[in-house]
Design a protein around this ligand. Sequence first.
Ligand code: SF4
Length: 439
Amino acid sequence: MDGEILIARLEAAGYIRADSPEEAALMVINTCGFIEEAKKESLGALLEARAAYPDAKILLAGCLAQRYAADFSVSLPEADGIFGNGDLSLVDQAAAATLAGKRPVLTPVPVEELSVEREPVFSFPGSAYVKISEGCSNRCAFCAIPLIRGPLRNRPIPAILEEIRGLLGRGVFEINLVGQDLGASDLPALLDGISALPGDFWLRLLYTHPDHFPLGILPRIRSDHRLLPYFDLPFQSGSDPILHAMNRLGTAGDNVRLVEQIRCALAGGRPPAFRTTFLCGFPGETDGDAEATVGFLRAIRPHWSGCFTYSREEGTPAAKIRGQVPKKTAQNRVRRLGEVQGQITGDVLAGYIGCRETVLVEEVFSAADVGGADSSGGGSYAIGRAWFQAPEVDGAVILRYDEDDKASREAMVSGARVSARITGVSGVDLPAVYIGAAG
Ligand code: SF4
């Protein structure tokens, strides 16, 4: 969503968005510097753009630009300007200097007041991310984010509510709250404010540090069906020594109990959906620690998890720990967790077969789009998501509909909601059939 803020700021300053990269006089590449893979991807995008559009000016923005500005100003001649992420409202200055050939290096200090006026340009149809805080004060030993984005700054609740009200008014149905750690803000008070908003919507919470999960949100989620019982808790490991070395306060047992506590508090309603992340190959992680993580995963049985290999980030405490784990070993541990998660996801998703679910439609394909009708009588389908599937990271619903039926054809619009019957499981996705308008 920083990209959306950059666009909004540039448009407010009079810049016009180009329809295609070929037409652009200026390209802004918004980078991520969280982990090694993200850094490579960001720099790869810069080099590709440089090669493909030699005449355009390129402004390298985002947290990677912020972190390595001094280095990049010398080592990256492919960038015509460098702009950090401390104060996005200054992007028009960086853009003007870049276009003027001044090769600016602008790394503003982080501002207290977060700028957020924007259109949901990059989100899926009907869905938007809303940032409730910036920065992080948790200091997990492996993580460079506090160094890049600064300490935690919470946005005022009235400003967040105002933004959500505006998005809902523009037809957005799904609001995804983001921040480095949602639990570090006054989430119960925010949910009270959101609950007071009229109309139907989905409110999804992404990223809540398990060490200070705000249990006070559970009664609110229980009493308002619009607040999704979807919990994204980045546990990172199931081994106590590794959690301790990561500067996590809770033990694996505490984390299992937290999941049980959430399930128990919401019993009788929709069974909650969990997503987590694991970091494999943290310095000192033994085979026994890795096995403990597999056991932990089996104990909590989340719908989804993302597994990543540890990368040594300069400036972080973990970078100085002895016993760095070979990349190959870390990759094998990622693979093993992925296999176990695959089985769990398959089992959990099978529980939805036969259920009627509201699906937020993302993309619609007619039979003509996919090369004609198939043997089952129709090639037309849509891709969408049910409440337990977060955008970008989780599986999807693959929704068959009858293109010859006017009502179903007209219902299949990106960003609209429909009602569907889940008919099976296909990998991480759920085949389904259209059964009518969303109730
Ligand atoms: S809570 Fe997340 S962003 Fe904050 S230090 Fe830990 S891993 Fe990094």
